[in-house]
Design a protein around this ligand. Structure first.
Ligand SMILES: Nc1nc2c(c(=O)[nH]1)N[C@H]1C(S)=C(S)[C@@H](COP(=O)(O)OP(=O)(O)OC[C@H]3O[C@@H](n4cnc5c(=O)[nH]c(N)nc54)[C@H](O)[C@@H]3O)O[C@H]1N2
Ligand SMILES: Nc1nc2c(c(=O)[nH]1)N[C@H]1C(S)=C(S)[C@@H](COP(=O)(O)OP(=O)(O)OC[C@H]3O[C@@H](n4cnc5c(=O)[nH]c(N)nc54)[C@H](O)[C@@H]3O)O[C@H]1N2
Ligand SMILES: [Mo]
Length: 762
């Protein structure tokens, strides 16, 4: 049989390098949105969707999880360029019909790029790949459910099945899904969060008693200083820039900590302000700290050491001693450890000079309304959890949590990743959740913890897990160690994907494979009880509705809750304690069940219908810390000191402006000035010179861990403003270099932002 490729093709697409942008959003963003709508959508659909996006009672944008204002929302729509691209991707006018699969074999499709795969249109019918056959064929829903039920019932133990979730799944679908998986008998519920903000969840729960952020949107407007670490909002959360602009207009200051000077964060031209469009943007970042990759713990320690000195000079003015005494635990041990470090050593490890760090300290020393925002630049390191806990240490020293204008702000990725976890999509469920399920539904959920993403891959690789089911996502391309993960999936007896669009995971299959096409956010969802809406939770803990407006792209699509119910009935038969038909006939019934199980959802059906939704309880926001000690915890944290040889670099894998995780909208990275190419490695000019590498020269990237060499071929060198010794590539192309074993301590998040690589000339 022909080879099936787990990695995207190695060919180049025709690179153009231009100047990096000086400002984010503005006119180019508007033009780019219009272009995407024109190219991929029907005009009427585009109009209908764009006026409903992120409006009260409208569609929750399937892009990021940034919240919508509670009060007034722009009439132009609360959307951004990349939200429009997400919509154009889902609500495309193209359809992928069964004859497409008859024409193209799996092996052939695996030679296509992710961009090409994504542009084939919406999946329209359930498809099956039979054993030994190389084309998918249509199958009825009935037969597909029977097949899944048959396989699941045939396993020696329910723990031989893995049920993955990507973070677009609604609260209703997620709740039903975990309920089914637990009644079936396993906690194997890995999710994209394991690769994303798991480090934040783990770090925050331990220190402030809740695994979510503490701030509301209005806190950002009121903050005196916002520190943004390891995040590129211009691309990944563009609506956040409007909130930052409000903070600036109110007199706030912004410190950015990043190895890259990301354009959108430096300056912002608000597309909804004609004056700004004409006169140029707002300067957002007041102080840019170009930290070395993974230099954040060192930087934070240096800042805290300097704050201690400032407190000596102005006692009582810098540190919030009352807060520290009444609300926290472990301060003395923390300070004793901190004093072991020298400032020189910390400057060296952070890649910053003492004077740069002093400027940051000057900005915050007399302030208490401080917010720290972060994303993947902090979580995806071996010391990812340490990063987050160190962020908390700084906030605690300043008493900057549990009050207005201050607190923690982990900026979530997928639009409902936070809600999915609240609903119980969790391989390590709290005992309370399981007890409640047992008492309300009358079955015994398994108590043993299940597999996180990396454990699931290992288990499939070792043939200890045999059925892989994915509720959304693109597992092969999102996970580390591409070639190893491909083997793991190919070891399975059955792989199943509930999806809206074709992706590489459909091609890296088990003995048999199913594609189950589902409704997307933009589409109307009719069930026996009439038209339904779903609900989601944003990055700041607001639960609200999302209602599709377009007719389904095919008559054969089922909603995600209906797919769960179909699979549950086929698998559990008479032994189930749940009335699945009743649950999906009217999603109010699912919401009633959620209310009975999950704290904070009292009167769910009533409150979710309020136009702006409702806030979930959040102790840290109120200054109540639900930790073991009842106080916020200072912690002692470590960083990894990488000792690199002369031809070794610390690689980060990041998103371009034209992608949504593994979905490639286009081939440009406009703000970074890189056009029409994704196989690039961004390097400091001095490093290029040192290794005799030219602009656009083709190189191979090699990582070597535990004696195994992993190679990513044919990447083009792009000179870039990045600290020496550090390089950047895009994922999924560079995922092949990330070894499965390279994980964050405690959270098991793949350390895909600190991979040591060599660069070899070709
Ligand atoms: N358009 C669009 N929107 C998205 C997504 C998308 O792919 N496209 N993805 C969604 C998802 S799931 C997520 S999780 C978020 C991701 O949002 P981000 O976390 O902003 O995404 P990344 O591209 O991974 O960028 C990480 C940033 O961290 C910086 N960085 C890397 N290493 C370090 C480090 O060691 N220290 C510091 N201080 N900074 C570092 C990088 O230079 C980069 O600016 O966005 C969500 N929104
Ligand atoms: N090297 C490296 N790897 C990373 C990261 C990194 O920064 N560097 N980031 C990690 C992060 S933060 C994340 S969150 C993961 C993302 O991992 P995933 O969530 O698994 O990946 P996505 O690319 O978001 O999934 C896209 C697919 O979801 C399907 N889809 C879209 N909408 C829907 C829907 O409404 N319903 C259903 N059922 N399916 C839908 C489509 O078929 C589409 O192809 O990747 C991680 N991987
Ligand atoms: Mo994410």
């Amino acid at each position: 049989m022909k080879k099936i490729h787990a990695q995207p093709p190695e060919d180049h697409t025709g690179i153009k390098i231009k100047k990096t942008s000086k400002t984010g959003v503005g006119m180019p963003a508007i033009l780019s949105s219009l272009e995407h709508m024109r190219k991929y959508m029907n005009a009427a659909d585009a109009l209908k969707v764009s006026t409903k996006l992120n409006q009260k009672g409208g569609i929750d944008c399937p892009g990021c999880a940034w919240p919508d204002p509670d009060d007034d929302r722009s009439r132009l729509g609360e959307y951004c360029e990349n939200g429009i691209k997400a919509i154009a991707e889902e609500a495309t006018k193209k359809r992928l019909k069964p004859d497409f699969f008859a024409k193209h074999s799996i092996a052939e499709l695996s030679e296509w790029s992710d961009f090409q795969l994504g542009k084939t249109g919406r999946l329209t019918e359930p498809m099956i790949l039979e054993e030994g056959v190389d084309h998918y064929q249509p199958i009825s829903w009935e037969k597909a459910f029977q097949l899944i039920g048959h396989e699941l019932k045939g396993l020696d133990s329910p723990d031989e099945a893995v049920f993955y979730t990507s973070g677009r799944t609604s609260n209703e679908a997620a709740f039903l899904y975990q309920l089914f998986v637990r009644e079936y008998g396993t906690n194997n519920l890995p999710d994209c969060s394991n690769m994303c903000h798991e480090s934040s969840g783990k770090g925050l729960s331990q220190t402030v008693g809740i695994g979510k952020g503490s701030v509301r949107l209005t806190d950002l407007y009121e903050a005196e200083v916002i520190i943004i670490m390891g995040q590129n909002p211009g691309t990944n959360h563009p609506r956040m820039l409007s909130a930052l602009e409000k903070c600036k207009l109110n007199g706030g200051k912004i410190i950015t900590v990043n190895p890259l000077p990301e354009a959108g964060l430096m300056n912002f031209t608000n597309p909804q302000s004609p004056v700004k469009m004409a006169t140029g943007g707002t300067k957002l970042t007041d102080l840019f700290l170009q930290v070395k990759v993974n230099g954040d713990v060192a930087l934070l320690k240096a800042m805290m050491l300097l704050l201690l000195e400032e407190e000596k000079n102005a006692p009582g003015k810098v540190l919030d001693k009352d807060f520290i005494i009444s609300k926290t635990n472990g301060y003395e041990d923390f300070i004793n450890d901190l004093k072991k470090y020298s400032l020189d050593q910390l400057c060296e490890a952070s890649g910053l000079s003492k004077s740069e760090i002093l400027r940051a300290v000057d900005l915050i020393k007399y302030k208490e309304k401080i917010i720290i925002c972060w994303a993947m630049g902090l979580t995806q390191h071996q010391n990812g959890v340490d990063n987050i806990r160190e962020v908390v240490n700084l906030l605690l020293m300043k008493g900057s949590i549990g009050k207005r204008g201050a607190g923690t702000c982990p900026v979530r990725g997928h639009s409902n990743v936070q809600g999915d976890r609240t609903m119980g999509i969790w391989e390590a469920p709290p005992k309370k959740l399981l007890d409640k399920i047992e008492s309300v539904f009358g079955f015994k959920p398994p108590r043993e913890h299940g597999f996180a993403v990396v454990d699931a891959i290992q288990a499939m690789y070792d043939k200890k897990a045999k059925v892989f089911f994915a509720m959304g996502g693109n597992f092969i391309s999102a996970t580390p160690d591409t070639e190893l993960t491909a083997k793991a999936l190919q070891n399975c007896d059955l792989t199943v994907h509930v999806s809206t669009k074709l992706n590489r995971s459909h091609l890296i299959h088990g003995k048999r494979a199913l594609i189950l096409p589902c409704l997307g956010r933009t589409e109307q969802d009719y069930q026996a009880g009439g038209e339904q809406f779903v609900s989601v939770e944003n990055s700041m803990g607001v639960v609200h509705t999302s209602q599709g407006v377009l007719p389904p792209s095919s008559e054969h699509l089922l909603s995600e809750p209906a797919i769960v119910a179909g699979m549950a009935m086929a698998t559990l038969g008479n032994r189930t304690k749940i009335d699945w038909i009743n649950m999906i006939s009217n999603y109010d019934n699912i919401r009633n069940a959620i209310e009975a199980i999950i704290p904070g959802f009292e009167n769910y059906n009533e409150r979710v219908r309020q136009p702006e939704g409702f806030y979930l309880p959040n102790g840290a926001r109120e200054g109540t810390f639900n930790t073991k000690s009842g106080k916020a915890e200072f912690t002692i944290n470590h960083f990894t000191d990488f000792e690199l040889n002369s031809n070794e670099y610390l690689m980060i894998t990041i998103r371009s402006h034209d992608q949504y995780n593994t979905t490639i909208y286009g081939l440009d990275d406009r703000y970074r000035g890189i056009y029409n190419e994704r196989r690039v490695v961004l390097m400091n000019k001095k490093d290029m010179k040192k290794n005799n590498l030219n602009k656009k020269e083709s190189v191979n990237l090699v990582s070597e861990y535990d004696g195994v060499e992993r190679v990513a071929r044919n990447f083009l060198v792009v000179p870039y403003d990045i600290p020496e010794g550090c390089v950047a590539t895009y994922f999924p192309e560079a995922n092949v270099l990330v070894p499965l074993g390279l994980q964050a301590r405690v959270s098991k998040t793949p350390a895909s932002k600190s991979v040591v690589i060599r660069i070899n000339k070709r």
